[in-house]
Design a protein around this ligand. Structure first.
Ligand code: PLP
Length: 402
């Protein structure tokens, strides 16, 4: 029996692995799908400093401009003074502090639910909900444009996944009708993250009710932004906790901090605490982050002007972009995609804008379906009207592609 691996075997193994990785990377480059990270030196804000140069930023999810709010920064600092850094353990061992617990109470109240449960990320909250609520004889129905984390939840689940075309509630109803599953669960984004439009809840809800299906709403981009007081898609459509029994929200977008939560009934939350693996087998958030998030939720409620300003910027952008003949879509939210189609074209425009000092991401497959590459503009209450004008001017100059 050979006790040690020879140098040759090692080199061989590494050689085959690296060859494979290089091929895959090369493919990505050829398809104009290669991704790079920008390194910036500033807080998240409309102006980002990259390699010594300032860029106008239209790609963050900081819709309310809370990511750099001094009161939230102070809450984080004070939280660190009180609780120091690490939670030290998972929630079920001894990582669950009063800071986490208070935030859960505030989130339950904010969403009009009995309880809320904190997660480290929205990604993990979705894995939890989808995988813990389903078993082999169940069926999951998902919009084709749902966020990747809902799909990944389905991959962890033994339930049968059926996907319906975007907001096609006739097709959804047909699938529900045919299904003989024990439990039927419908999961949808509230605001679709790459399109900016809302789930057709006024049609999805009656379909769910007719077929006894449970509705799971991931309102990552809706909470804080959509609805009269920013309570999200449920508020926008006048839906209650009875209509949408499982609500997922994130704290890293409109709330400008980090973390996520599931809100719902007492039983749902207790069930997740017992059965959700992405809740159980992971370290709790640093408590200071919970202090910061709590302040952010308060501010989102108190400073209603942030939503008003945001919607002014959205209206301004849409009007100016329409006048310039830019390929707008029907989005009523701060997510304003401009459809291009071809990956290389989208990338070329995004690069041209970058040279002109504007940050705007080219969203390409697999984030969006093949052939639907787009530029995704996201607006924030922190943008000034002049910054929005400047964006449209530079966009108009960069179109048509090439
Ligand atoms: C961003 C996002 C998530 C993930 O939330 P994180 O807290 O960033 O992990 C989940 N769902 C949707 C629809 C999102 O846009």
């Amino acid at each position: 029996m050979p006790a040690t691996v020879t140098e040759r075997q090692k080199t061989g193994m590494l050689y085959f692995m690296l060859t494979y990785l290089r091929e895959r990377l090369q493919q990505r480059r050829q398809q104009s799908l290669y991704r790079r990270r920008l390194i910036h030196h500033t807080p998240q804000s409309p102006l980002l400093c990259i390699a010594g140069r300032k860029y106008l930023n239209f790609c963050s999810n900081d819709y309310l401009g809370l990511a750099a709010h001094p009161r939230i920064t102070k809450a984080l600092r004070d939280g660190a003074e009180t609780y120091a850094t690490g939670a030290g353990a998972s929630h079920l061992i001894n990582g669950h502090s009063i800071a986490h617990h208070r935030l859960e109470d505030v989130l339950a109240e904010y969403t009009g639910r009995q309880r809320a449960l904190l997660f480290s990320t929205g990604y993990m909250a979705n894995l939890a909900v989808i995988s813990a609520l389903t078993e082999r004889h169940d069926a999951l129905f998902m919009d084709k444009l749902n966020h990747a984390s809902l799909l990944d939840g389905a991959a962890l689940s033994k339930a049968r996944l059926q996907r319906y075309p975007h907001n096609d509630t006739v097709r959804l109803e047909a699938l529900l009708e045919k299904s003989t599953a024990r439990h039927k669960l419908i999961a949808s984004d509230g605001v679709f993250s790459m399109d900016g439009d809302l789930a057709a809840l006024p049609q999805i809800l009656p379909a769910a009710q007719r077929h006894n299906a449970w509705l799971i709403l991931d309102d990552a981009h809706g909470l804080g932004v959509v609805g009269h007081s920013g309570r999200g898609c449920c508020e926008y459509y006048g839906l209650t906790a009875d209509d949408v029994p499982v609500l997922v929200g994130t704290l890293g977008k409109a709330f400008g901090v980090f973390g996520a939560f599931v809100a719902g009934s007492e039983e749902l939350i207790e069930y997740l605490i017992q059965f959700a693996r992405s809740y159980i087998y992971t370290t709790a958030l640093p408590p200071a982050l919970a202090c910061a998030a709590l302040e952010a939720v308060r501010l989102a409620g108190e400073e209603a002007w942030r939503r008003e300003v945001l919607y002014q910027r959205i209206a301004q952008f849409r009007q100016a972009a329409e006048q310039c003949g830019l390929p707008l879509s029907a989005s009523p939210t701060p997510i304003q995609p401009l459809f291009i189609g071809d990956n290389a074209d989208a990338l070329a425009i995004s690069r041209k804008l970058y040279e002109g000092g504007i940050l705007l991401s080219a969203i390409r497959p697999p984030t969006v379906p093949a052939g639907s590459a787009r530029l995704r503009v996201t607006l924030s209450a922190a943008h000034t009207p002049e910054q929005v004008d400047s964006l449209v001017e530079k966009l108009a100059a960069a179109f048509p592609p090439k």
